[in-house]
Design a protein around this ligand. Structure first.
Ligand code: GLY
Length: 402
């Protein structure tokens, strides 16, 4: 299927040229201080997936009632970013203590029958191993990668989103979701660490299914798609976390694709993934509101509608990953870098919690799930993580955890 690539409507290079780059380093310092100030309050705990009146609550590594089944590692990832930036041993000690917590979660199989094992163990144990060489973290990440790989449906060629694979009554039979693009790096990493190509073959098969079935002809995306697990035949797509109207497109799902496609390119060298990423990115960039932040679903087109700042933070990281992988001779490279910078600047200008406004959150106006009224217009912990990652990329040497 050919995917239509819209021409960009804004002059992103001109917009980025107006920005004083020092603002990025200053904001990153502010974020690092916030993480540092919260190490003690969150000792042995993790911030909740979203805030209540702008404040995260301390939770266990996984808490199904707070919908934090996939989110605890974002705090760990923020801590590792802080260690990379400062070398302060408090961050390292806390990050390594989280590896023990994730190992306990693995050993006891606490809420792990889902695809988000990738988010959880990449930003905790893979990051810990890449930064410190800690063998326990490596071993734990490999155990998690095996568990994730075991979710692969051979005939369909995808990683099933949730439910035990031997449960044939499960409502998610043969279902995969766009968010899973970000779980694939755990498999690619495991293939490199062990030399076992079956990990990366599964990840590559999954991303090719995303490219083929979830990216629609106009370069918008479905969040969900189902295939027949017996025959591998495609059944159809829908959007669970976005809006239900025809023509809806969940902006965070679009952002997961923007970041996931170039991450898979990194490990496979399949340049068609970058071409698809450009089309998906242009769709996203052409539909921002006047403050250059997306609404939670692109079906909603006015400035009065609810933004999702976390979609913007994820998208900015995706654009930087896309730009990094384009040849220097590709004129789009500078455009996407400029767009990423401008998205982050827009968040800094209008959506930062100022001193005294929140003790522990960084970015305002995220949305977890609009349809169930879950954390709407609140900070969400992954928004803070990707915002910090983008700031690190814009200001420092960046070692990818993905
Ligand atoms: N399900 C992951 C997300 O809310 O983006």
């Amino acid at each position: 299927m050919t995917v239509f690539k819209e021409a960009l409507k804004l002059d992103w290079k001109a917009l980025a040229a107006e920005i004083d780059n020092q603002v990025f380093a200053k904001t990153l310092d502010h974020a690092v201080k916030k993480v540092s100030d919260n190490l003690i309050p969150f000792t042995g705990k993790f911030p909740s997936s979203g805030g209540v009146n702008g404040v995260y609550q301390p939770t266990e590594n996984a808490d199904e009632f707070l919908y934090s089944d996939w989110t605890s590692s974002f705090w760990t990832g923020m801590i590792w970013i802080c260690y990379e930036l400062t070398g302060d041993s408090r961050f390292k000690e806390t990050g390594l203590s989280h590896s023990a917590s994730f190992r306990e979660r693995y050993d006891k199989n606490i809420i792990l029958d889902h695809h988000d094992i990738g988010f959880l163990f990449t930003l905790s144990c893979v990051a810990a191993y890449k930064i410190t060489g800690d063998e326990f973290s490596r071993e734990t990440a490999l155990l998690a990668a095996r568990k994730l790989a075991s979710r692969f449906r051979d005939k369909a060629g995808i990683i099933q989103v949730r439910g035990r694979l031997d449960d044939m009554e499960n409502e998610a039979l043969g279902e995969f979701i766009i968010d899973c693009c970000m779980n694939l790096p755990l498999l690619y990493w495991a293939a490199r660490e062990t030399g076992d190509r079956s990990f990366s073959d599964k990840a590559y098969s999954h991303i090719k299914n995303v490219q083929k079935y979830m990216v629609r002809p106009d370069a918008s995306t479905y969040q969900n798609f189902r295939k027949d697990i017996a025959t591998g035949a495609p059944i159809g797509g829908w959007i669970a976390q976005g809006d239900s109207h025809d023509g809806a497109c969940w902006s965070r799902g679009q952002a997961w694709a923007m970041y996931g496609l170039p991450l898979s390119y990194n490990y496979t060298g399949d340049a068609t993934l970058l071409e698809t990423c450009k089309a998906v990115s242009n769709y996203f960039l052409n539909r921002l509101q006047s403050d250059l932040v997306p609404n939670w679903d692109f079906y909603y087109k006015t400035d009065e509608d609810q933004r999702d700042t976390s979609a913007s933070a994820v998208a900015a990281c995706g654009l930087l990953e896309l730009a990094r992988n384009l040849p220097v001779t590709d004129s789009d490279r500078e455009v996407y870098e400029a767009a990423a910078k401008t998205l982050i600047y827009a968040l800094i200008k209008n959506y930062l919690y100022c001193d005294g406004e929140s003790p522990n959150a960084i970015l305002k106006s995220g949305v977890y799930a609009m349809r169930t009224n879950l954390c709407v217009d609140e900070p969400v912990i992954w928004g803070d993580y990707f915002f910090m990652e983008a700031l690190q990329r814009l200001t420092h040497y960046y070692r990818s955890f993905w």
